[in-house]
Design a protein around this ligand. Structure first.
Ligand code: SF4
Length: 748
């Protein structure tokens, strides 16, 4: 028998005539892959490729990066500013001047009537760092509202909060190179192959060279869990119980690193006293991991010469997110696994420049990891910008997750949304709709005119995307990398940097501040602000040319370090530099055991578990979990427009265990109605043993889907929502009606 076609035609991909390659950094996830965009002899973008010389991705890209150059003229892009008197009425095209004048006038009117904080600004993790810095200057230095945040509160706020509590400062201490040195890796709620494929490839490469145990903690059998040596299918939201029980075993069996604890930490007695209560025998009934398994994992981790922990949203998006991060840090501190090759805590960040916003946007403080709460920081920044320090509030205002309830109660009347889409991304969508309808004025600044939230706006600013602009990103491992401006903005869209600069002119009567005319000018200003004795976030030795030559530099990278590197290489010409690279910033933080706390010692903080999740019950018997698929990014505003990304993942689906489905008479690929206390969603069922009998999983990317169901209880420290712990039930539904509803809800 002959299998296959007899006259097979081999697939051929036509060669692309590339005349020039331009350097950029991927604008999706925080891995920070370096991408070269290929232009033909007419200056048209024809392809892209991973940069083989970049340490992060070494020539590799995932599907999103490979197709990213198709973004520039994708459907739905905003072509011109739009205005209307009332949301839902037809938009009228207008000029940039008219749209900006109207916005500035409405901001001032609302602030005059209800107070400065009655107008809120919510941005993103997707802008370039220089844009974040400029937006911060505009909002903190001129508009003067304290209700200013980024959508990173949905993503990394718990990591930020946990780092600050343990180490006295934000900033992931480790790097991808740690995979090559570690003897044990524990991944908490992190599905690298789908979320961060190139970081996963780095891990896999390290594992192929030198085998070490991979332990995955996740309620679901994720792709990473399938490759693990040990998979701990934990009860949702109980990670701190597992970690406390591991520390219980470590102390009981005297496996801790007493020397490290004595020299570099404080709070050991309190931590020991707390974890004494977390015997694995008791803990197993809460976290769902067998007591012997807890002991085994604790021994493997503590006995490994070097061990590291990574985590993503499984830890962060929880009511115990910040505590989970603190507990991971506790575990690494008591085993001497911070600041050493292969021994670290390493949060795997979500968005491409979530780090840039944490560092420079002034969302939760002032630029360069400075705090509104510290008088000397307020004074330093006010003097640098040339304004009176009393213009700054003395503590941060509302986080994004508190801004929407404040709109509902009428405390906030106006909102400026920049590259974020709360109509799809926020928990409890029915309440977000009410909040949007309550606004007196909404301005939406986005690459796409058809972004769902724009339905509620009064003014729309069309923004340029990715390489239509120039500037930097910081990735998960603190690597600052550059995107060169490759082409002009689409139609009459404008770089966000330009929008903020133009808006600043309309607020000069409040504070006349100098705004550099170019992103590179803003970067030079940030470099000055980054300097200071003992500061970790020092970028003063970097320049655009040096970053491009090195294909990204990790901070801290001081002027002194740059001088040493220049002397070592003996050149200052960027093109010759490129041949003799790399420059290395500091790969790791806290290598000297000195932390950013007042005493210089890291804090060991006891974390007691309180079960405040919305747990399944008789009426709502399933845990509902959500997460990413590899083809899509966030709310699909971009990947939903890219042919192949959309083709491979066109519709929302729900993973359900076949046994539970059988009990309810539900078939594979049938539509069901999922119901929670907030609302309902229609999804197609995919039967799989990836989820247990009491669990469901739905990708979060789709509008009018999983966030119609989520509750989004908030972490008390970080204000990050618990997207992953919700209770719901599944109902059979009429297939025709469900298919109709599914289409209707997708067709904004
Ligand atoms: Fe871009 Fe992330 Fe994919 Fe790299 S792994 S190409 S940064 S989306």
């Amino acid at each position: 028998m002959i299998f296959g076609r007899t006259h097979r035609k081999p697939i051929s991909i036509p060669a692309k005539e590339v005349k020039e390659w331009k350097y950029t950094t991927c604008n999706y996830c925080s891995t920070g892959c370096a991408i070269e965009i290929g232009l033909n002899d007419k200056g048209k973008i024809v392809t892209s490729r991973g940069h083989a010389g970049a340490d992060v991705n070494r020539g590799k890209l995932c599907i999103k990066g490979l197709l990213e150059h198709e973004l520039f003229d994708s459907p739905g892009r905003g072509t011109m500013p739009l205005m209307r008197e009332k949301a839902h009425l037809p938009f009228q095209p207008t000029s940039w001047d008219a749209a900006m004048d109207k916005t500035a006038e409405k901001i001032k009117e609302i602030q005059a009537k209800y107070g400065r904080d009655s107008f809120a600004v919510v941005s993103t993790g997707q802008l370039l760092t220089e844009e974040f810095y400029t937006l911060g200057k505009l909002v903190r230095g001129q508009i003067g509202t304290n209700n200013y945040d980024g959508n990173t509160t949905l993503c990394m706020a718990s990591a930020v909060s946990g780092y600050k509590r343990s180490f006295g400062s934000d900033g992931p201490p480790g790097c991808y190179g740690d995979f090559e040195h570690t003897h044990c890796l524990m991944a908490f709620g992190s599905n690298l192959p789908e979320q961060h494929p190139i970081i996963y490839w780095r891990l896999k490469e390290a594992l192929e060279k030198r085998k070490f145990p991979l332990i995955v903690v996740d309620p679901r059998v994720t792709m990473l869990a399938q490759f693990a040596d040990i998979h701990l299918a934990i009860t949702p939201g109980t990670d701190t119980v597992l970690i406390n029980a591991m520390m219980h075993v470590i102390f009981k069996e005297n496996l801790q690193d007493d020397e490290y604890i004595g020299k570099y930490t404080q709070g050991i007695d309190e931590l020991r006293a707390l974890v004494a209560d977390y015997d694995p025998k008791t803990a197993q009934h809460v976290c769902g991991i067998d007591e012997d398994r807890i002991r085994t994992v604790a021994r493997i981790y503590a006995k490994a010469p070097k061990a590291m922990s990574i985590w993503t949203m499984g830890i962060n998006q929880s009511t115990h997110g910040s505590d989970g991060v603190v507990d991971i840090n506790n575990l690494n501190l008591i085993t001497g696994n911070i600041g050493t090759p292969g021994g670290t805590s390493l949060s795997i960040t979500g968005q491409c420049n979530a780090m840039g916003t944490r560092e420079w946007s002034s969302c939760s403080g002032l630029p360069g990891y400075r705090a509104l709460e510290k008088e000397k920081d307020r004074k330093l920044v006010a003097d640098f910008w040339g304004i009176d320090e009393s213009f700054f509030p003395e503590k941060r205002g509302l986080a994004q997750t508190d801004i929407f309830p404040a709109i509902e109660t009428g405390e906030i009347k106006g909102l400026w949304l920049i590259a974020t889409n709360p109509m799809t991304s926020m928990a409890n969508q029915p309440r977000i709709i009410k909040a949007m309808e309550n606004l007196e004025f909404l301005v939406v600044q986005d690459v796409y005119e058809d972004v769902e939230t724009n339905k509620y706006s009064h003014v729309y600013f069309p923004a340029a995307v990715w390489a239509e602009k120039e500037g930097c990103h910081t990735n998960t491992e603190r690597r600052v990398n550059l995107t060169r401006n490759v082409l002009a903005p689409y139609a009459d869209s404008k770089p966000d940097f330009w929008v903020f600069n133009e808006m600043s002119k309309r607020f000069e009567e409040r504070n006349k501040i100098h705004f550099p005319a170019t992103p590179e000018g803003a970067f030079e200003e940030m470099k000055i602000l980054s300097k200071g004795a003992g500061r970790t976030l020092d970028i003063s030795g970097m320049s655009y040319d040096r970053i491009e030559a090195a294909r990204g530099i990790q901070w801290p990278y001081s002027e002194a370090q740059a001088d040493i590197d220049t002397q070592k290489i003996g050149l200052s010409d960027p093109f010759e530099m490129q041949l003799r690279m790399p420059f290395d910033g500091n790969q790791r933080l806290y290598t000297d055991g000195v932390f950013q706390t007042p005493t210089g010692k890291a804090n060991l903080i006891p974390v007691r578990f309180v079960n405040n999740n919305e747990c399944p019950d008789a009426e709502y018997p399933f845990w509902l979990n959500s997460g990413r698929v590899v083809e899509h990014f966030h709310t699909r505003t971009r990947t939903g427009k890219i042919g192949n990304c959309n083709k491979f993942s066109p519709t929302p689906y729900m993973e359900m265990n076949p046994d539970s489905a059988e009990e309810l008479g539900i078939e594979h690929q049938s539509y069901v109605r999922v119901v929670s206390r907030r609302g309902d969603a229609i999804v197609m069922v995919q039967l799989t043993h990836r989820v247990g009998r009491d669990m469901l999983f739905i990708p979060f990317h789709f509008h009018d889907c999983v966030n119609r169901l989520t509750l989004g209880l908030l972490d008390p420290h970080s204000r990050q929502p618990a997207f992953k712990q919700n209770a719901c039930r599944v109902e059979k539904t009429d297939q025709q009606e469900a298919a109709r509803l599914n289409l209707e809800r997708r067709a904004f």
